[in-house]
Design a protein around this ligand. Structure first.
Ligand code: ZN
Length: 418
């Protein structure tokens, strides 16, 4: 089975290499745009095959600002994506795909961007591939395949709109002799309706098709859609899954023609998830919450209300960090570290008892066994849920492990198929 390519959606999450984990200070000479590093610069080889850059993240939308600062945005347009993400100087093989982030405008009647401006964005910035302008069908009902007359008019309208935008997109692409790879988007509300979109996109001329709007769907629904689409897909058509992460199903998806997908989950779970913060090949660990006294809103409120003494809070925070570090270095016991963490959590008013989970994390010492550049570089700091510098690095670590999980999954399927 050929490799399934993984694209990581960019959200300008970088780390500062000058950050000192003991003093928590940065180099005074740090220039963010010059010195901060992307995951593909921290981890060698890069943990993904490419980046996905969404237009709303860069440009915002009418009334909504993007994630890029004005300066970053101008630099991206001026330098193009390859230079902006520093891919050129490293002879990197990473590809950059663009899309319109259709979920950000799902509530609008029409997409906020014209085909012309999107084609121009991809071409001017030097993208390798670009997804046509689309509009998400916000609903799923497989029973409608048996009663097509009950399909809500709005769903049909959005599907047809996406198809006509795809046709226009390809016309502009040809007329302007663009050199990025055009990708059409299939939307639908059921297996048959998705398959119909795939068929039409192929007849328009697309050989790479992104399956859109599937983020809210459960795995069985995704599987049925892909099975239905498989009956329509030509052998030279490639499917991309927008925003879908299911490593354990990827070999099944690949049999249906999926050759690429994108997802932020491995990265964001590092600091958004309740449990799966630090990935290992077979499971995951909870990261240990040690918020900064000064950076924690709840704690600051308690201090301001006179309910918590700030010096006392600082002392518990320091004990907590020291306890964990001493344990990691083999200088003190696990229970001493856990006690210090528990005492600090109690002060923070943390209602969840995570003692068992924290014990698991510390006892198994996953940072010692991981071969990624982050764990080798910062050790136990990687499992501390504390500030962007640690949390993002743990996200990078997860991307590294995720890539390994994918490789293992697809290698297994190779053995099984042969
Ligand atoms: Zn690691």
């Amino acid at each position: 089975m050929s490799r399934v390519k993984f694209y990581f959606p960019d959200s300008q999450d970088q780390v500062d290499p000058s950050f000192d984990f003991q003093s928590e200070e940065r180099s005074p000479f740090r220039v963010r745009q010059r010195d901060d590093r992307y995951a593909h610069e921290v981890l060698r080889p890069p943990p993904y095959d490419g980046l996905l850059v969404s237009k709303p993240i860069v440009d915002g939308m009418p009334g909504v600002s993007g994630k890029y600062t004005e300066a970053q945005r101008h630099r991206l347009y001026r330098e193009g994506v390859k230079r902006f993400f520093r891919l050129e100087q490293q002879g990197s093989q990473l590809e950059i795909m663009g899309d319109c982030g259709a979920f950000t405008y799902v509530r609008e009647d029409e997409p906020p961007y014209s085909v012309n401006e999107v084609v121009d964005f991809y071409q001017r910035c030097g993208f390798n591939a670009g997804v046509s302008v689309d509009h998400v069908v916000f609903g799923y009902d497989p029973h409608l395949d048996a009663s097509p007359s009950d399909v809500p008019a709005e769903w049909t309208r959005r599907q047809q709109l996406t198809l006509s935008l795809a046709a226009e997109f390809l016309r502009h692409h040809r007329k302007n002799q663009c050199d990025f790879e055009p990708i059409g988007v299939a939307h639908g509300w059921s297996p048959r309706s998705y398959a119909a979109s795939v068929r039409q996109l192929q007849s328009i001329g697309y050989r790479r098709i992104a399956m859109g709007g599937m983020v809210p769907l459960k795995t069985p629904a995704i599987t049925s859609i892909l099975c239905a689409a498989k009956e329509e897909t030509r052998s030279d058509t490639h499917l991309h899954l927008l925003g879908i992460t299911r490593p354990s199903h990827m070999r099944q998806f690949a049999r249906c023609g999926v050759t690429s997908f994108d997802s932020t989950s491995p990265f964001v779970q590092a600091f958004m998830d309740e449990r799966d913060n630090y990935y290992t090949l077979d499971s995951s660990h909870v990261a240990i919450r040690v918020p900064q006294v000064d950076g924690n809103t709840r704690l600051r409120r308690l201090v301001n209300a006179g309910k918590v003494d700030q010096r006392h809070a600082r002392r518990l925070e320091r004990n907590c960090l020291a306890g964990i570090r001493d344990y990691a270095a083999g200088h003190s016991s696990l229970s001493a570290a856990i006690d210090a963490v528990t005492e600090y959590s109690a002060l923070l008013g943390d209602k969840k008892d995570r003692t068992q989970q924290y014990t698991d994390t510390l006892e198994s010492r996953p940072w010692d066994r991981c071969g990624c550049d982050v764990c080798r570089d910062i050790g136990v700091e990687v499992v501390l849920f504390r500030g962007a510098e640690r949390n993002r690095r743990r996200g990078f670590h997860n991307l590294y492990v995720f890539e390994q999980r994918m490789t293992r999954e697809l290698a297994h399927s190779w053995e099984r198929l042969n």
